[in-house]
Ligand binder design. Structure first.
Ligand code: UDX
Length: 454
């Protein structure tokens, strides 16, 4: 008998592709055949990054692609938002793909799993009457709860009907929930006001669709966010989804990983290295880049710093930097982050607080220094610093810069206070227990698997 066939559709961005790939690998291990649908643009990057090409022809997670509607690199860099292009063309492309697969021998799609941000894909599932539909949320439940609360925010006069922020104020939906400044709402802290309105509409549409699915699962845990899950019981935790799945291949990574840094870490004492990484999209201006470089030098501790080539295009390191730092610091363009965070030499994680990075740090009991830029990163920072108390944030100076002195002081504060590490270790234990036999995330995942098979 052929295996039940799932089609999985991530939102086309690194922080979305990787966790859905982990989820898909987990489902494949449980006996499903999974067709994983990237945009052509993302697919090309993944293929370039994969060292073992046979992965693409892997029996149970099969990588395929469809166009996203942006024709050229110029258009990709231009004003038309990817989310607009996606909404215009991808539903038809997906429909055609599913119809083609359904005609193949033993390949009929029985379940569609789409990123919650792909409301258009959930609409295709409804139209094609796919029997089982799951929305997957790769970020904190609290972020989704905030999206669900948009009508309340409008009613309370915090935002306008089009998402425009009317009042700058701190918002906390309930005690023990993260705090967020209204001007940092996910749609409100990116681009100009017309971009923000498009994003807001996009989010309203996806949130509406997410309410219609059979299952809405989230890469988080009850233990980390009890209040958020209590506020929206429809959202179910199945995280942390990481695990050993990424060790054997780099499927899902958009850049080739430089694993030589693991040998470098092997030579460092336990709990000594500052790991610095800002995810897949954040970029620096020259002043901020150089302040960070000088702070790491000043800290006089070993550091491993991920400097993506596009993070620092044409920004020079401070004069004589590499010579002064010597073997105390290593810069790589893309690290095997999960392996790095699991390495015993890591003392702390200076992070932009993307949710995947947050889950990966938490799952390894690593304390954080928080440097959020946009989207859900402010909510995640509040969880880390205010709710779980496993990290510290930075203060900017009057010119909006985080200075080398500030960074150095916070490094010393965090590493000088053993309570941060103790709380981080406790949080790790909770996160690991929930995915073991009898744990909450484990039970939910098992139920989901049974339901898809039924
Ligand atoms: C984006 C948003 O920034 C984030 O806030 C949201 O929650 C998801 O989408 P991104 O910026 O890429 O994500 O950050 P993050 O969520 O942390 O995901 C980055 C992923 O890339 C992580 O899984 C991390 O392990 C991986 N990574 C990062 C590497 O494998 N190597 C690196 O060198 C850096």
């Amino acid at each position: 008998m052929s295996k039940p066939h799932i089609i999985a559709i991530p939102f086309p961005a690194q922080g979305h592709v990787m966790p859905l790939m982990e989820f898909s690998q987990c489902l494949a291990r449980h006996g499903f055949k999974v067709t994983f649908v990237n945009t052509e643009h993302i697919h090309k990057q993944i293929v370039n990054a994969i060292s073992d090409e046979s992965y693409i022809r892997h029996d149970h997670v099969h990588l395929v692609s469809i166009p996203d509607g942006l024709e050229s690199q110029e258009e990709r860099n231009g004003p038309r938002l990817l989310s607009e292009a996606i909404q215009a063309v991808m539903h038809q492309n997906l429909e055609d793909l599913i119809e083609k697969l359904n005609k193949e021998e033993g390949a009929k799609i029985t379940c569609l799993i789409a990123d919650e941000s792909c409301g258009w894909a959930l609409e295709v599932a409804q139209k094609l009457k796919i029997a089982r539909v799951v929305a997957f949320w790769p970020a904190a439940a609290a972020t989704l709860v905030l999206n669900f609360c948009i009508p309340k925010l409008i009613h309370e006069g915090i935002i306008e009907y089009d998402g425009t922020v009317l009042k700058s104020q701190m918002v906390q939906l309930a005690p023990k929930m993260p705090m967020i400044k209204s001007t940092n709402f996910v749609w409100a802290c990116t681009g100009n006001s017309s971009t923000q309105k498009i994003l807001f509409q996009f989010m309203e549409r996806t949130t509406k669709n997410a309410k219609l699915v059979d299952w809405l699962v989230c890469n988080s845990t009850y233990e980390m966010e009890p209040t958020a899950f209590a506020l929206e019981p429809q959202i179910l935790p199945i995280g942390p989804l990481l695990a050993s799945s990424r060790l054997g291949n780099s499927a899902g990574s958009l850049w080739p990983t430089d694993s030589t840094c693991l040998n470098w870490l092997d030579k460092k004492p336990p709990c000594s290295v500052i790991y610095v990484a800002f995810g897949s999209t954040t970029v620096f201006n020259q002043t901020q880049f150089q302040e960070l470089a000088l702070a790491l030098e000043l800290s006089n501790r070993p550091f491993l710093w991920v400097v993506r080539p596009d993070t620092s295009d044409n920004i020079p390191y401070p004069e004589g930097y590499h010579d002064r730092v010597g073997s105390n610091g290593l810069m790589v363009s893309w690290a095997p982050q999960q392996n790095v965070l699991a390495h015993p030499s890591i003392a702390c994680f200076l992070s932009h607080c993307g949710w995947n990075s947050t889950m990966e740090g938490v799952s390894n009991g690593v304390p954080f220094l928080c440097w959020p830029y946009f989207a859900d990163q402010f909510i995640n920072e509040s969880y880390i610093c205010d709710v779980w108390e496993v990290g510290l944030g930075f203060d900017k100076n009057e010119s909006g810069i985080i200075t080398q002195g500030e960074i150095k002081n916070k490094i010393e504060h965090l590493l000088g206070d053993k309570d941060f590490k103790a709380r981080a270790s406790k949080l790790k234990e909770m996160a690991m227990t929930t995915v073991k036999e009898g744990g909450q995330s484990n039970k939910i995942l098992k139920n989901l698997i049974e339901w898809i098979k039924s």
